[in-house]
Design a protein around this ligand. Structure first.
Ligand code: FEO
Ligand code: CA
Ligand code: CA
Length: 601
């Protein structure tokens, strides 16, 4: 999540908690103890460790499912494939023995002769170079990397932590170039992953790139109320997804920090207090309604314009995860990362055709957006035409509902007297289990309600049909000392069905108070034998990030032998470039970087 502008000042005033935290579960020690129970237990899955333990009575049904599925689990998922590391506060990307990382690109490296790699890399997607022909080349491909937000100290040398002095147009221009995404070719040669210089696919997209708009808000009064009809740039690109037709969906998260949010005060007045001060350059100010969308980019077509798909709503989009229904429709799940905001799904009208990529690229242009009501287990359509609630509550059109999605989803349901969409604990990433189709949602925390460690929620669609309007759900795993992770953020499944979780404890609370026990943010693995339903099962730490970083965007090559990861905001709390709090990766200033991790069997 982007750090709030001016947060350093807040940190200075933060209370000293004086709390002695509960000790984190020592994953490595427990792993070694577990090994001591013998290989019979490993193979049979009867130790209760990999199969999950400590289940409550309510979890009985899930446990039964778990043991049945565990019995069918592939051999590759039955033994842990690495020796877990302990939590650490080392200023390094720490990996288990036998694994190594190659830095592919870092902040400031060239992507093209005249454009550099952006800042704060996040979501990563790897496209085998032969993927449009159905190939799975795992040593030659295109990498897409999101760039979420600038840290002014390093990007534009704006050094005022209180944000109460003006930025120059030059500083704003540097920050605009630091967000968006990078596309470039990567190859594994001699066991090392390398950036391919001068490749024809290499390009940058940033906050100045012209975009197209699809869906009900395209051309609408609500989108263009400020008179600007050209949509310029994408920003705060957090997580995302890859479509079955090999395009990227990149998500605009905390867009409100750039041009403010729609209100009477924008572009003048109060909004300045919580933005990066891009409004200081009036010539470059854009309407806030143009941001907060999911953007589709074709990495294989350098001349294609990115498209903002308004049917997926305008929220602080963290992510998109997709399924194809039995009828062929695309179902896309997405979450709004803000306290007490919601989880959504889009269902396309058109159907996927594996032989028609051109037609597939139109699937997000027509359909319906639903919000999750966890009180009744229903998906509620944000359908202006067929639900009078929206008109009754002042919405003027479907475009209006989509431009003001959070307000539409918060309308009170007269029957339940609850909002039609349930406020949640900051939904970060969502992933669909590749075998079961269940939907895993990382809810990172919600300080407003005393949830400081977060949890992973699992949604099961009625009849396992992603188009269903009813669902059930359960807490799959809870953060805390008992599992060793806190504030889950990005999720990924590897080829064996293991769930990977990276954490995002805020850099101003890392190694402090109740978070002290977890040390730096890391990457964790929940082995596949937990896939059938165990909750509260064992979680093993695979990686630890440099000081004040979070690890983002885990993504595997098709052969499962390379894991790409972004190391985001190392040294985020630095107040002086001469005395940074992290010096990763080069030993001088900290630089966000995308790495390739190898060593997988
Ligand atoms: Fe950009 Fe919600 O993390
Ligand atoms: Ca995130
Ligand atoms: Ca993910």
């Amino acid at each position: 999540m982007a750090k709030k502008p001016g947060a350093q000042q807040i940190k200075k005033e933060k209370r000293d908690l004086h709390i002695e935290p509960a000790p984190a579960r020592m994953s490595r020690r427990r792993f070694l103890t577990y090994l001591g129970t013998g290989s019979v237990a490993l193979v049979a899955g009867s130790s209760g460790v990999l199969a999950g333990c400590g289940k409550s009575e309510e979890e009985g049904a899930a446990s039964e499912r778990s043991s049945k599925e565990a019995a069918q689990a592939p051999a590759s998922g039955e033994e842990l494939f690495f020796e877990p590391i302990d939590p650490t506060d080392a200023d390094e990307l720490v990996l288990p023995e036998g694994f190594k990382y190659d830095v592919i690109r870092k902040w400031g490296d060239p992507v093209t002769p005249d454009r550099d790699y952006g800042y704060n890399n996040d979501f990563v997607a790897y496209f085998p170079i032969d993927s449009l022909e159905g190939g799975e080349n795992s040593e030659d491909g295109l990498l897409w990397v999101n760039h979420e937000y600038p840290i002014a100290l390093f990007v534009s040398n704006y050094t005022n932590p209180d944000y109460d002095t003006k930025k120059t147009p030059e500083q704003i221009s540097k920050e605009k170039a630091s967000t968006g995404g990078s596309i470039f070719r990567v190859k594994k040669e001699g066991g090392v992953w390398k950036f391919a210089e001068s490749d024809e696919y290499n390009r940058r997209i940033d906050a100045t790139t012209p975009m197209e708009v699809t869906g009900p808000a395209a051309g609408s009064e609500e989108m263009y109320m400020r008179g600007k009809t050209e949509v310029i740039g994408t920003l705060d690109n957090c997580a995302g997804g890859v479509t079955p037709w090999n395009t990227v969906l990149t998500c605009e998260e905390n867009f409100q920090y750039y041009y403010g949010e729609s209100s009477e005060e924008v572009p003048k007045g109060d909004a300045l207090a919580e933005t990066y001060r891009w409004l200081d350059d009036p010539a470059g100010v854009q309407p806030p309604e143009h941001y907060g969308w999911v953007v589709e980019v074709d990495p294989f077509d350098k001349n294609s314009r990115p498209r903002k798909h308004t049917w997926l709503g305008r929220i602080r989009h963290e992510c998109v995860a997709m399924r194809i229904s039995d009828s062929g429709r695309i179902v896309a799940y997405t979450g709004h990362d803000e306290e007490d905001e919601r989880i959504y799904k889009f269902v396309s009208t058109g159907k996927y055709d594996a032989d028609n990529r051109e037609a597939n690229t139109q699937l997000f242009t027509d359909g319906m957006l639903y919000v999750a009501d966890f009180a009744t287990g229903r998906w509620v359509a944000l359908d202006y035409e067929n639900n009078p609630l929206f008109k009754d509550n002042g919405f003027k059109s479907q475009a209006d509902v989509l431009v003001r999605t959070p307000e539409a989803a918060a309308i009170e349901d007269p029957e339940t007297e609850l909002p039609i969409g349930t406020p949640m604990d900051r939904c970060e990433d969502i992933e669909v289990h590749p075998e079961t189709g269940q939907v895993y949602c990382a809810l990172t925390n919600n300080e407003l309600h005393g949830n400081f460690y977060g949890q992973i929620l699992r949604i099961t669609e009625a009849g396992n049909d992603p188009e269903a309007t009813e669902f059930s759900y359960e807490v799959f795993a809870a953060g805390g000392p008992q599992t060793g992770f806190a504030s889950p953020d990005n999720l990924a499944f590897d080829q064996a069905g293991n769930l990977w979780v990276v954490t995002d404890i805020s850099s101003d609370t890392l190694n402090d108070g109740i978070y002290k026990t977890f040390k730096n943010n890391g990457a964790f693995v929940m082995p596949s034998r937990l896939k059938g339903g165990a909750s509260g099962g064992d979680v093993f730490q695979f990686a630890s990030g440099p000081v004040q970083s979070e690890l983002t965007g885990p993504y595997f090559t098709p052969d499962g032998k390379t894991l790409f990861l972004s190391v985001q905001h190392p040294g985020e709390e630095s107040e002086d470039e001469e005395n940074p709090t992290s010096t990763w990766p080069d030993g001088d200033i900290p630089r966000p970087a995308v790495v390739a991790i190898t060593g997988f069997a």
